[in-house]
Design a protein around this ligand. Structure first.
Ligand SMILES: CC(C)(COP(=O)(O)OP(=O)(O)OC[C@H]1O[C@@H](n2cnc3c(N)ncnc32)[C@H](O)[C@@H]1OP(=O)(O)O)[C@@H](O)C(=O)NCCC(=O)NCCS
Length: 148
């Protein structure tokens, strides 16, 4: 497994396809709904597998360092392949994303966690700040934060 940014058009297409398959399609959302204007300046990571027997990408996620976030970085579109969950790939992805934030001047991380993902982020040291209005597909979300 290799954690890095997609590097060519085929890898970028695969990266966004994973986002759509794992975070949008199960709720009937159309292709394209996995894209966001902040993607252009975000830092992206994918966990690539070289093993033929495994999916090409095991996990995806990105870091947004928008100016209006001030001292914070925001993690977005974090997900692992449904056939590879509970194997540590989500934790590995998050370690890589947090390393990218550490290299920036930001001192805390925020994210909008789906209700079902809250226990995962709690395990990684994030705390729940407050509930958010339901966003994608009406799924309850919570603002979570971790100081670096
Ligand atoms: C949330 C998600 C990224 C976790 O990925 P994963 O690869 O299964 O996570 P890991 O195997 O690395 O788990 C890391 C730790 O969190 C725990 N964990 C993961 N999901 C959990 C859950 N739903 N409930 C409780 N604990 C959980 C694991 O047991 C593990 O603990 P351990 O290290 O003590 O064994 C994955 O389930 C996912 O993609 N979910 C759907 C998309 C989603 O909700 N993304 C978040 C958007 S905000």
């Amino acid at each position: 497994m290799c954690l890095r940014s997609p590097e060519n058009p085929a890898e970028w297409a695969a990266y966004y396809f994973c986002r759509w398959c794992w975070l949008r399609a199960p709720w009937g959302l159309r292709p394209g709904s996995e894209r966001d204007p902040a993607d252009a300046s975000a830092l992206h990571l994918a966990l690539f597998s070289a093993q033929e027997s495994l999916p090409k990408i095991a996990a995806v996620g990105c870091v947004v360092l928008a100016n209006d976030l001030e001292t914070a970085a925001r993690l977005r579109f974090v997900a692992t392949d449904p056939s590879l969950r509970s194997l540590g790939y989500g934790r590995r992805l998050m370690t890589g994303l947090e390393e990218l934030v550490t290299k920036s001047s930001r001192t805390r991380i925020i994210l909008h966690a789906r209700e079902e993902a809250v226990p995962f982020y709690l395990k990684l040291g994030y705390r729940v700040e407050h509930p958010l209005p339901p966003a994608v597909a009406n799924i309850p979300h919570f603002l979570m934060e971790k100081a670096l």
